[in-house]
Every structure is written in C-alpha cells, then in structure tokens.
Design a protein around this ligand. Structure first.
Ligand code: GDP
Ligand code: MG
Length: 671
C-alpha cells in the first residue's frame, strides 16, 4: 500500500522523465494508456520507509483538450488518482513554462511547483526567489535540478510537505484577472452549481470560453437547456482563448514580478548554433554529427560485440564436447544452434545498442538532439514525424536494432512507432554486405544501378509506409510544427547517463533474448528432421508452395533463404549455398544464424541455378524483408505493443514479396 501517488505534470522538456527515472530507477513500467497510442509510465520509490507511486504524465503544453496526451493527463488528474501533482517548470524560461501552472489553476487536486533546470537558469545569470513565489502561490515551491543527485533530499521534503498540507494553489489573483473579461462573470454564475467533479467553476468557465471540446460536450450534457443556451451565446460573444490567455500571462507576470532578476545579458547564439541553424550547412552539419556519433558508438560497442564473438568461438568446442559425450543430436542442436548461437547473436547486436544509447543519450543530454530536431523538423514533418526521427533512420543504415533503440528519444508514442516502422525500410549493414556481392555476381558493371534502385525504392517505401500507418499513429495536431526554440547546451551528467544506459541495455538484453530464443527455437524445430532422413516441416512447406513462390520469382531454395533472412539477413547466403550444394536442409538453419558456411564456389552455384530476374527479385526481397529477429524484439521493447510489432512485421513480409514480384516481372521483360 503506497503512502501517496504523485503525478508529474509539465511541458515537454521540463524534465519530467529525468525526475521520474531518478526517483524510480528501474522500478518502472512503461505501457500504453488503455485504447490509446499514448505512452503510460508508472513507477514507485520508497523514502524513509514509505512507498510512493509516481506517474510520468504524457507531455503536453497546457491542460486543454487539443490532443490525446492532454486529455489523458487532465482526466488522470481530475479522477483523483493522484494525491498530489508535481508541476514542473523550466527555470530558464519561466514566463513560458509557467503557462501549465496557470492552466492548472482551478483543478481541485493538491499540488506543488518544481522550478527545474535551476543550474541552467544560474548559468544564464538569473536569480530566482522561490520563497517569494511560494508566498504568492500558496503551495510549496522549490528550485531544483533533476540532473543533480544532491538536490533530491530537498525534493522529498518539499513533496512530503505538499502531501501533508494538501496544499492548494491560491488562484484569487488569477480569478481577479478573469473577472475583468467580458462574459466571464455571467458564464461563471450560470455554472456555479454545475459541478463536474475535480474542476472549479472558474476552470470550467475558462475552458468553456476557450471552446474546449471535451468541456463543452460535458456541459451540454449536464446543464439544463435554457442555461446551456445562455452559456453558448455568451461564449460566442466573448473573445475566448485570446482573453483568457492574456489573463494567464498577466498572472504569471505578476507572480514573477520581483522574484526573478537577471544580471547578465541574454546569451547570444553560439558559434556552433550559427552552423546548425544555417540554411544550407545546417542539414549537412546534422548528418555529419549523427554519422560521427554512429562511428563513435562503435567504441563502447566493440567489447560487447567481442563478447558475442567469443561465445561463437566456444560454441564449436561445446558442440564437439557434447557430441563426444554422447548427447543426442537433437539436444546438442537445441543447445548449440538455438541457445548459444542465439545468445551470441543478441550480444553482437547488443553492443551496438549499448553504443548507440550511450552516444545518442549524450547528444540529447548536452542539447544537440534539440538542434537535430530543429534542423529536420520541416522535412520530417512531411512524414508526420519530428526532426529527431532522422537520427534512427541514419542509425538504421548500420543496424535496425540500434535505430529502434535510438527512437527512444522521441517522446510522442505514435511518432516513435512510425519512426521505427519507417526505419525498417532502411537497408542495414547486413543487407549492405549482401547487396553489392549478389549484384556484382549477376549484373557485373550494372551493380551500382541496382544499389541506386534500392535507395529509390527505400524512399518510396518510407513514403508509402508513412501514408499507411501515419493516419492511425500520428494525430493531425501533432503534425503541425512544434513550439520550438533552441535550449541552452548542458554539461553532461555522466553518472546519471551511465546508470540509465546500463539499465536500459540490461533491460533490452533480457527482453530481446527472450523473443530471439523463442523465434529461433520455433524456426529450428520446423527445420529439424526428427526421423533421420525424413524431410523437415519447413522443407515440405517450401516444396508444397513452390508454385506460389514462383510468382514472387523464387524457387523453394531462394524462398527458404528469404524466410531465413527474417531471422537474420547475414544468413541468407549461407542458406543458399547449403541448399544448392547438397540440399542439406538442416545446416541451412545454423548457417542462417552464424552467417558462416558460404561455399567457396558460391558465385558459380548461383549463376548455374538462378536466373537474372530471379536474382534481382531476391535481392529486393531480402533487402525489404523485416530486418531480423533482434530488430523485431527491439521494436517490441520500444513500442511496448505486441499488436503494432506484429502489424509491422507482417506488413514488411508481405511488402517484400510484393516488391519482389514486381521486380521479377520487370526483370522478365528485360531478360
Ligand atoms: P520531459 O520531456 O519533461 O520528460 O523532459 P526530460 O526529462 O526528457 O528532459 C529534457 C532534457 O533536459 C534532457 O536532456 C534532460 O537531461 C535535461 N534536464 C532535465 N532536468 C535538467 C536539469 O535540472 N538541469 C539540466 N541542466 N538539464 C536537465
Ligand atoms: Mg518525457
């Protein structure tokens, strides 16, 4: 039983997640709000022997009903699920970020105010008098840095005080502002006894005047007809949101008056920002930054990757030892081909995830991610995404799992899922290892043309995918430009960052391993001959549907390789070479996982067995097939939705077959 539930409320980038992560550590659960594509983050922590629950509410700019995020946030608070609301504001831009507090005024749930980013405000030369603000607001107010470990003691004390005192925001000064607005008193009078639980008449009046959809509908259901008509007319005659917004800002000014002093002049745009915001060089600078970051992420990645290769190396020894010890082929296979090989596969990619999470977490923390967003917001906006999405796309040229993990910095759930869905279309490192090789074998000097064609299809694929999934995932109001300004650069907090990255990597490891082992085991069982000499299920299936796969331009061997490429692309060549050499089906799987075992005469084998149109179709099919089982698992982890992960996987499998069919038939026309 928890002592109290605390809800974190604040505009995007006010530091909610930083505070939430620091409070809960790994005692947190990320899911979705029922029936909504909005991320739900809950956790718990203990302080002085008492348990507290905490909810990181989705980012929103106000308490209006402009988006799912805002409605969810508002309903959660009004429902009384939280005992106290912790409102966060950004000390480095108080005028703007206190708007949330002004909009909150009139909700009857106790609250306290955290003026976060105190360190940044201090660097800007701002002095903020929190006690003076506290006096005017009537709730506990404290200067705070969510990234500073030592500030938390004070935070807990402030929180306890708010819980104990059930401190309510003093809104009389704000109400006086509203009373000056035409129509306010009349509407408020008409609403006086219609209480929608959780909201005061003042709050309801303001929202009615702002023509808030949800409030308007609720009032329509609650008010007697005659009063409802009067209210509607009064609202129409009022100046609505312009007037109420003016009141809120006037109130904020009066709160800050005398409480904030600025000693230094405003910070000028730094040298770096002059490059990032440059019309021509901005995009190039961002891409260069991301590519350098990508390269840099290999440094922390290598030791983990080496560990994976080490596991590979001992696998052979273990296999020999087990066989010598007389263990059955079935158990040896299950142990070596599924368990150990799957583990090594995960480790090799996990290194990359660790590197990417660290490097891009660092870029986010120092403030460079905000520049990336800023520069690419317009371009990505056309796909319904944020500027930050460009980063996972670029990372995916290296590894789709890294791209999916990189999408973590996107704070809107729908945009995150869409970003990952699009990142799948970007051919990863393994695909780039296969494409040039196959293209050269079959098309010689024409190989570069194949690569260009693949890049063009990639762009088209992303565009179409954005159209197909975008409608459900990204609401129209999220599509319009965000309120965006370049935040100041921060010094990184290495301790917090490392703890976060290690925690996430550990989490990824366990979740991903589970999925990978499951998928590999199923695949392995399907391709195992239980009775020596008999054909495994997958083989019989492949043979049986060969008439169908011919339409895609694939005989059964190529189609098996296509299926194997869903597990891991690097394995596709191994499968082909095993199947064309001796048709040994069993080796095909273990080859698919290790990427080893390509015959020395692979080129001749291919040329003897595969026609040009088939080869072209196959190249496209494996390039645009789902990236690999590890990417699948990472997608599941990041989206926290089995439904969407499955949807994306099926979409890509079907899409790849469709593309290969088209390519094959074009090929037949040419050759
Ligand atoms: P949210 O959108 O409200 O969840 O905000 P985040 O917790 O994601 O924080 C946005 C950015 O501000 C991150 O890069 C944080 O590391 C950084 N940040 C948060 N709190 C502080 C702080 O007190 N001081 C500094 N310097 N940076 C902070
Ligand atoms: Mg957040």
């Amino acid at each position: 039983m928890s002592a109290a539930t605390i809800a974190l409320l604040g505009q995007p980038n006010s530091g909610k997640s930083t505070l939430f992560n620091a409070l809960t550590g790994l005692r947190q659960h990320v899911g979705n709000w029922p029936g909504k594509t909005v991320e739900k983050k809950e956790g718990s922590f203990s302080y002085q022997g008492k348990e507290y629950d905490v909810a990181d509410l989705p980012g929103s700019y106000s308490m209006s009903a402009n988006s799912d995020e805002e409605v969810i946030t508002r309903d959660f608070i009004a429902s009384g699920k939280a005992d106290v609301v912790c409102i966060l504001a950004d000390s480095s831009q108080l005028e703007r970020s206190l708007f949330m507090l002004a909009d909150y005024a009139g909700i009857s749930v106790p609250c306290f105010l955290i003026l976060n980013m105190a360190d940044v405000a201090k660097d800007q030369g701002k002095k903020i008098d929190a006690p003076a603000i506290e006096k005017k607001l009537g709730i506990p107010v404290m200067l705070f840095s969510a990234t500073d470990k030592n500030a938390y003691d004070q935070f807990y004390k402030t929180m306890e005080r708010a819980i104990k005192e059930k401190s309510m925001l003093n809104v009389s000064a704000l109400e006086q502002e509203y009373e000056k607005v035409d129509g306010y008193n009349e509407i408020c009078g008409a609403l006086a006894d219609t209480v929608i639980p959780g909201y005061t008449p003042m709050w309801l009046t303001v929202k009615a005047m702002e023509q808030d959809k949800v409030v308007t509908a609720k009032l329509r259901n609650t008010l007697p007809d005659s009063i409802q008509k009067t209210v509607e007319t009064l609202v129409k005659q009022s100046q609505g949101a312009i007037a109420t917004g003016g009141c809120k800002f006037a109130w904020i000014d009066s709160i800050l008056d005398g409480a904030v002093s600025e000693s230094r002049t405003k910070v000028r745009l730094g040298k770096l920002d002059r490059i990032y915001t440059h019309k021509f060089w901005g995009k190039a600078a961002v891409i260069l930054t991301v590519v350098l970051g990508l390269l840099a992420s290999f440094i922390p990645a290598l030791p983990v990757m080496a560990l994976g290769m080490g596991v590979d190396a001992v696998n052979g020894m273990i296999r020999t030892a087990l066989t010598d010890a007389g263990l059955s082929a079935f158990l040896t296979g299950l142990l070596c081909d599924v368990l150990i090989q799957g583990l090594s596969y995960v480790l090799k990619m996990l290194g990359f995830v660790f590197g990417v999470t660290l490097v891009f977490g660092l870029l986010e923390e120092v403030g460079i991610m905000a520049r990336i967003s800023y520069v690419f917001d317009n371009t990505m906006g056309k796909l319904g995404l944020q500027g930050k999405s460009v980063m996972p796309f670029l990372v995916s040229f290296g590894c789709t799992m890294g791209g999916a993990a990189g999408a973590r910095v996107i704070d809107n759930w729908g945009q995150k899922v869409l970003t990952i869905a699009l990142a799948w279309a970007v051919p990863c490192g393994a695909a780039w290892a296969i494409i040039p090789m196959l293209s050269t074998v079959f098309f010689g000097a024409g190989a570069p043309l194949v690569i260009v064609a693949i890049l063009l299809v990639m762009i088209l694929h992303m565009w179409i995918t954005a159209k197909i999934f975008g409608r459900t995932l990204v609401k129209t109001q999220d599509r319009c430009g965000m309120i965006m300004e370049l935040p100041p650069y921060h010094r990184p907090k290495w301790g917090a960052l490392l703890r976060y990255v290690l925690g996430r990597t550990k989490d990824t490891f366990f979740r991903v391993t589970k999925v990978v082992l499951l998928v590999c085991a199923v695949f392995w069982l399907l391709s195992y001959s239980f009775i020596p000499g008999s054909d495994p299920i997958l083989y019989r299936f492949g043979k049986a549907i060969e008439p169908v796969t011919r339409v895609f331009g694939m005989g059964w061997q190529l189609f098996m390789a296509f299926i194997a490429s869903s597990v891991g692309k690097e394995g596709a060549l191994g499968v082909i070479s095993a199947l064309f050499t001796d048709g040994s089906f069993y080796n095909a799987f273990s080859d698919a996982m290790s990427g080893a075992g390509t015959a020395a005469n692979l080129s001749e084998l291919l040329l003897a067995n595969v026609t040009k149109p088939e080869a072209l179709a196959f190249i496209f099919a494996i390039t645009f097939n789902m990236p690999c089982v590890v990417a699948l698992a990472a997608t599941y982890q990041e989206t926290a939705s089995a439904k969407w992960t499955a949807r994306i996987a099926v979409y890509y499998t079907v899409g790849a077959l469709l593309i290969s069919t088209i390519v094959y038939h074009i090929g037949l026309l040419i050759w």
